[in-house]
Write a protein that binds this ligand. Structure first.
Ligand SMILES: Nc1ncnc2c1ncn2[C@@H]1O[C@H](COP(=O)(O)OP(=O)(O)O)[C@@H](O)[C@H]1O
Ligand SMILES: [Mg+2]
Length: 268
């Protein structure tokens, strides 16, 4: 199954690594991105809370692409993979202080730096924390101290916490605490509508090089009925059905391929 000869694709369509210039533009993504950028601009923190596969990590990438290196030290971290030691290292890196392997050592380095220099002199630290719903309790406790107002007013660290709805619960529980108080902006994302889903599929196949959209109207409809406008489900269904059609040496993807793709992807 060669998607190149079958559909003219120069790259595999519907993968995660869509280039920033190839993103499907929709106001809901732009609003989330711009709202968070404004919060960072104001030296505050922000949260992006939405279900799995709705485009959060991609919004974070778009934010990274818009923070000029001359003004910001940014770092992207997946909370699912990170313990206390790693988080210390990441905070040290964005705050441009010597790396520290323990939390007390990190606090010492941060304090030392901000007692000796003017806050406004350097580039501003922005830490983007993805998979925030998987923040470990001890790491969350660390962030609490670092975003504590007295500490943070000198550090001016902006946190962007992205995660699934459980992150909202985690922060709500944390309501009286430093982190939730520093979050001035909450952004969210929604599933695509039927029309948007069809346009999204057409867009993604065209940026992969296809000159014509191989999905017929019944296929686009089936993708929406099964995937319900979730980007990840849409990607998986579209790629799998495309490969099934290519394997059958067909140039057009129909609803039957999408139904078959569902069975392969999510066996009952
Ligand atoms: N604006 C967009 N344009 C094109 N593709 C997108 C866009 N946003 C997300 N995607 C695609 O949708 C999939 C899911 O997005 P992702 O950001 O990983 O979601 P989440 O982090 O919420 O689970 C990814 O494979 C990504 O390539
Ligand atoms: Mg993600």
């Amino acid at each position: 199954m060669d998607l190149k000869s079958a559909f003219g694709c120069h790259t595999t369509p519907f993968t995660r690594e869509v280039r920033l210039e190839d993103l499907y533009g929709l106001s809901v993504f732009d609003q989330a991105r711009d709202g968070i950028l404004r919060a960072i601009e104001k030296r505050s923190s922000a949260a992006l809370i939405a279900p799995a596969g709705s485009g959060k990590s991609t919004v974070l990438r778009a934010i990274l692409g818009r923070l000029p290196e001359a003004r910001y030290v940014t770092h992207y971290v997946k909370c699912s993979e990170i313990g206390k030691r790693d988080m210390c290292r990441e905070i040290a890196r964005v705050a441009s202080v010597p790396s520290a392997s323990s939390f007390p050592a990190l606090l010492h380095n941060l304090q030392e730096k901000f007692e000796s220099t003017l806050v406004d002199a350097g580039r501003r630290p922005v830490l983007l924390l993805d998979e925030g719903h998987e923040l470990r309790p001890d790491v969350l406790a660390m962030l609490r101290v670092v975003t504590n107002f007295q500490m943070d007013s000198r550090l001016v660290l902006s946190l962007v916490l992205a995660g699934q709805p459980d992150l909202g619960k985690l922060l709500a529980r944390d309501n009286q605490d430093a982190i939730a108080r520093r979050i001035v902006h909450y952004a969210s994302l929604r599933a695509l509508s039927r029309d948007e889903t069809a346009q999204y599929v057409e867009h993604r196949i065209s940026v992969a090089g296809a000159r014509h959209c191989p999905f017929d109207a019944t296929a686009l409809d089936a993708i929406y009925e099964i995937g319900r406008g979730n980007l990840r489900a849409t990607d998986n269904l579209a790629l799998e059905s495309l490969e099934l059609a290519a394997a059958a040496k067909l140039k057009v993807v129909g609803a039957q391929h999408v139904t078959a793709a569902r069975k392969t992807l999510w066996p009952a």
